[in-house]
Design a binder for this molecule. Structure first.
Ligand SMILES: Nc1ncnc2c1ncn2[C@@H]1O[C@H](COP(=O)(O)OP(=O)(O)OP(=O)(O)O)[C@@H](O)[C@H]1O
Length: 343
């Protein structure tokens, strides 16, 4: 959590854009997966990135994991622009690790757990000799509560449940002692009964090892359960961000209000992690290949005003919260002039 506003974020995106040129049935289209994202992740915090399908959440994780190169804007690690060269990448991946959605696809099912963990330890020069590699692999298993570790180390991923596989994937990323984990829907492929275990593991890693976690999800209830801060994405930009409880109790952006209204019970979290039925309850998702004159949420916004159709609101700071909405701009101006505004 930021102790002061001066604290340097461990990861930061400034005006980040990623536009994909695609060909659809002979036509060329530009998909604006990210279209000017401003985002900060601070050391030791859990920040949830929430939004419906196609809003750009995975694309952000992929840019921060150097899988995609942005087409605009900048990304920073500890205040320095992220450099892409073999030497810098290695150092970067010692600090920033990505956990994928699908623990079935991300682990080689033909190899034993001992090989999967030992390989990373050897590649990064973190263990030497068979005994040391095995000992450190056992320690990694204990860190993700796969205990007794001896009972798991000689098994194959196919012998394990989805939740256990995700723990192995997390253990593998912990081998380098990262300071940041990017967790892209880490529980969405798991049985409802074990989702909470994996979320609690991420919580423990933050508590015990001080890691920063960017938790990507559709599910605002699990975001509430896990995170200190929520950033809400819509159509390739952040439309609202702030301390989790404040955002849930008093959402500023009409899109966040719709997400909360569409969630079956935002106070619920029993580990079921049911995704927000946003399309059904809040209209259809945005077509991010179309150009929009004003606010990208205007077509779905119940509070739309004339200027929303022609001018795009910037992400505005208001008392430790941020929101990209003209209503909030009005509120900020009223606050500055001592008026009271109610919506
Ligand atoms: N490699 C690619 N080529 C073309 N378009 C892409 C590519 N990757 C992502 N997109 C598009 O970018 C947009 C954002 O996708 P992204 O996967 O980041 O969304 P998301 O919020 O993570 O959604 P989901 O929750 O469904 O994963 C979507 O319209 C997607 O189709």
């Amino acid at each position: 959590m930021p102790e002061t506003t001066e604290q340097v974020p461990v990861l930061e995106a400034r005006n980040l854009a990623l536009h994909f040129d695609v060909h659809v049935g002979g036509d060329r289209k530009t998909i604006k997966a990210l279209d000017g994202v401003d985002l900060k992740l601070y050391a030791g915090e859990i920040m949830a990135l929430v939004g419906e399908s196609g809003s750009g959440k995975t694309t952000i994780a992929r840019v921060f994991s150097l899988i995609y190169k942005q087409t605009g804007g900048e990304v920073f690690f500890r205040g320095e622009p992220i450099k892409v060269s073999p030497r810098h990448e290695r150092e970067y991946f010692n600090n920033v690790q990505l956990i994928f959605q699908d623990p079935f696809a991300s682990l080689n099912s033909l190899k034993k757990i001992s090989y999967i963990l030992g390989r990373v330890l050897k590649i990064h020069g973190l263990a030497k000799g068979r005994k040391d590699v095995r000992q450190k692999s056992l320690e990694l298993l204990e860190r993700v509560s796969m205990s007794p570790a001896e009972a798991y180390i000689d098994r194959y991923p196919t012998d394990l449940s989805g939740g256990q596989r995700q723990r192995i994937a997390i253990a593998r990323s912990l081998a380098v002692s990262p300071s940041v984990i990017l967790a892209d829907e880490p529980t969405s492929m798991l049985d409802a009964s074990i989702r909470l275990d994996v979320l609690n593991l991420l919580k423990d890693l933050r508590e015990e090892e001080g890691m920063a976690v960017m938790y990507i999800t559709h599910d605002i209830a699990s975001a509430r359960y896990l995170s200190d801060r929520i950033s809400v994405m819509y159509g390739g930009v952040i439309v609202e961000s702030g301390p989790t409880e404040e955002v849930i109790a008093n959402p500023k952006h009409p899109y966040t209000k719709l997400l909360l209204a569409a969630a079956p019970n935002p106070a619920r979290f029993k580990g079921s992690g049911v995704a927000i039925p946003s399309e059904a309850a809040a209209g259809t998702g945005m077509d991010n290949s179309k150009t929009h004159g004003g606010c990208r949420f205007a077509a779905r916004c119940p509070a739309v005003m004339d200027r929303c159709l022609s001018q795009e609101p910037a992400l505005l700071e208001l008392g430790g919260r941020q929101s990209a909405c003209w209503l909030v701009e009005d509120e900020a101006q009223a606050a500055a002039s001592g008026e009271l505004v109610s919506h």
